[in-house]
Write a new protein. Structure first.
Length: 338
């Protein structure tokens, strides 16, 4: 956003690419939010306008509660009219959405001054070819955001393990660049965590991101000291600490009692099953739904939080596959159970 305003009056186009639609939706929303705040701080709302849009397929389900524009990948004329009419813009999409929009049946593909690849450590080197081909060759800037200590690209197949001297043909675009940047001339490690308290951040700090010169840490004392605002009152009763002991709720299941205990910042639950569950039929989905119901019962109802705020800012459920997420959603919204 700062670069866009610095180049105010000149053409400056940014392409943001991610692995999933959810990551792109979050990025587009955040870019708009930061753009608006930056313009207000610098008193330039009237002069500075950064247009933001996302590429989707015709059959895709549009994201809800979005302020950015949607461009249909199949509608080439409308898309290029939008790009031509917005000198300063950010356009986002998944790798294959970008490919469908720009590569197929295109004589003059667009060029971008900056290409940002989010979750680059999950993007295959071969997939990254599609967004990279639209970066301006002489004055373009490439930014890779990722973490090679987290989830790598998910591929279906058996590929050989190549020696270290060979290029990472089956790895991520992030690893390919980091593999060559042995002196860390182009790589910058982010050592501040904006989400986890001190108890949670100590594990990755000690075992994953430990370096000689930097220590991975919570960004400030407020983040470091945050805790789940539920305290155990008795064997099965909890109260919401900011409201006092008059807000008491009872939870009978021992596992849910442990999960709700605010004195335990990290709880790992391991499920042992005797049978194979087909994809979409997961035993943990009912457990996640029961836990979600208990959190809302013991915590969120006292906050008078709307459904939108609950799911966008307060409660996050992460699953590695969209079918798993759907199974969890189905369990949560099964009114006969919860």
């Amino acid at each position: 956003v700062k670069v866009s305003q610095k180049n105010q009056g000149q053409e400056f186009k940014v392409l943001v690419v991610g692995v999933t639609h959810l990551s792109i939706d979050n990025l587009m929303t955040k870019i708009l939010e930061v753009s608006s705040k930056f313009a207000q701080v610098n008193n330039s709302e009237a002069d500075f306008k950064l247009s933001v849009a996302k590429i989707i397929n015709r059959r895709s389900r549009p994201p809800v509660n979005r302020d950015y524009e949607l461009l249909i990948a199949e509608n080439k004329a409308t898309m290029f009219k939008w790009l031509n009419n917005n000198a300063q813009c950010v356009i986002g999409g998944t790798v294959w959405g970008i490919r469908k929009a720009f590569l197929e049946r295109f004589h003059m593909p667009p060029s971008f001054h900056m290409v940002i690849i989010d979750e680059a450590s999950q993007m295959l080197l071969s997939d990254a070819y599609h967004p990279l081909r639209y970066l301006l060759r002489d004055e373009g800037r490439l930014i890779l955001a990722g973490d090679d200590q987290q989830l790598p690209p998910i591929i279906n197949g058996n590929y050989p393990d190549l020696p270290p001297s060979e290029p990472l043909l089956f790895g991520s675009i992030f690893n390919a660049f980091k593999h060559k940047d042995t002196k860390y001339e182009c790589t910058s490690m982010l050592i501040e965590n904006w989400r986890m308290n001190q108890a949670l951040v100590e594990f990755p700090s000690e075992f994953i991101y430990k370096t000689k010169n930097h220590r991975y840490h919570a960004v400030n004392k407020e983040v470091a000291d945050q805790s789940f605002p539920l305290k155990k009152l008795s064997q099965n009763q909890f109260y919401y600490i900011s409201k006092g002991s008059d807000c008491i709720e009872t939870v009978s299941h021992p596992l849910l009692q442990m999960l709700l205990d605010g004195s335990l910042p990290l709880v790992v639950v391991m499920l042992q099953v005797d049978t194979y569950f087909e994809i979409g039929n997961f035993p943990h989905s009912d457990l996640v739904a029961a836990f979600t119901s208990a959190i809302r019962k013991c915590y969120f109802k006292f906050e008078n939080i709307s459904e939108d705020i609950l799911w966008t800012e307060k409660l996050h459920i992460v699953a590695p596959h969209h079918i798993q997420r759907q199974a969890i959603y189905n369990s949560i919204y099964d009114n006969s159970k919860y």
